[in-house]
Design a protein around this ligand. Structure first.
Ligand SMILES: *[C@@H]1O[C@H](CO)[C@@H](O)[C@H](O)[C@H]1NC(C)=O
Length: 297
């Protein structure tokens, strides 16, 4: 029998969790730097950090490499399960469409499987984002209505019901479904493209896996960022500020111009490549391990 391409959603789930942990381990240092730069006190005389590299250097020399990994716990508890669900949805989508294990799926089928992954993750991502965004902006708006994520969830639910907790779901779907499709399509297509004639995709070298994963992360964000900006605005707007989603878009374009749709570009892209390269490498290594340990799952 040739190389079988039977997909196991369960193995995808477990390997996806490993991938998510790797994504965070590779991406978190850049996030720490970003937040430290964003929040350093502004005084003209002694700027603490002059830029990204300076912040990196000072953090590592004062606190060691571990300094870059402060606050890892909370995102780890969120990102690893999210990537597990994402890869599970992707695996399920592939499995549902696969009629013959010896035939590779078409590009459209891979894209659709990735879209299904986006639907799955939205169930937990939408309320997570609503809460995160409200907490992130409450200090700049001068109040502290919520003492933390749980308090925020409880208050939203008590005051306005589940609908309020899930405010922004449609935008989250618009953001995550096509981008997730493109994410997985990019990865799988690049893997095929980078495989030398006559060799098997499953033997792809580590640098090529990293390249394919990193590019997948970049493309994901390229199409996800404009709806992300809309979503953040919508989810954090005072009730009644926007009539509907189109209203968010037209208001933003009128008040701030098209560049508003790519706010936060640098921070996001700097991190997307290494984080997603590590994610797919972790996923592939874990999947190989699982295939060797428990071939029948
Ligand atoms: C893809 O982009 C979305 C939306 O902006 C983001 O939430 C998600 O984490 C990204 N996926 C990965 C694996 O980077």
């Amino acid at each position: 029998m040739g190389e079988s391409s039977v997909v196991s959603p369960l193995k995808n789930f477990l390997a996806g969790g490993v991938g998510g942990a790797c994504l965070l381990l590779a991406g978190h240092p850049l996030d720490t730097i970003k937040v430290r730069l964003q929040t350093q006190p502004i005084s003209a005389h002694n700027v603490l950090y002059t830029g990204t590299y300076d912040c990196f250097r000072k953090t590592v020399s004062k606190e060691g490499l571990l300094g870059l990994y402060r606050g890892l716990g909370a995102p780890l508890a969120g990102v690893a399960p999210m990537m597990a669900i994402s890869f599970f949805g992707f695996g399920l989508g592939k499995q549902l469409q696969q009629e013959d294990a010896s035939k590779p799926l078409t590009r459209t089928q891979i894209f659709l499987s990735g879209c299904l992954a986006g639907v799955f993750t939205t169930v937990i991502v939408a309320p997570g984002e609503r809460i995160k965004c409200l907490l992130q902006v409450q200090s700049t708006r001068g109040g502290s209505m919520y003492s933390g994520p749980v308090d925020c969830a409880v208050q939203l639910y008590k005051n306005q019901g589940l609908r309020s907790v899930y405010k922004g779901t449609v935008l989250t779907l618009i953001r995550d479904v096509p981008s997730s499709g493109l994410y997985f399509l990019t990865y799988e297509s690049l893997k095929v493209l980078l495989t030398p004639e006559g060799q098997s995709v499953s033997q792809l070298s580590t640098p090529k896996i990293l390249l394919a994963g990193g590019m997948a992360g970049i493309l994901n964000w390229t199409i996800a960022l404009p709806p992300d900006v809309l979503k953040s605005n919508f989810q954090t707007a005072a009730d009644g500020r926007y009539r509907n989603l189109l209203d968010v878009l037209t208001t933003l374009l009128r008040e701030e111009g098209a560049t508003a749709l790519y706010k936060g570009f640098n921070a996001v892209f700097l991190r997307a490549f290494p984080a997603n390269a590590a994610c797919f490498l972790g996923f592939e290594v874990a999947l190989k391990g699982l295939n060797a340990l428990v071939p029948d799952w």
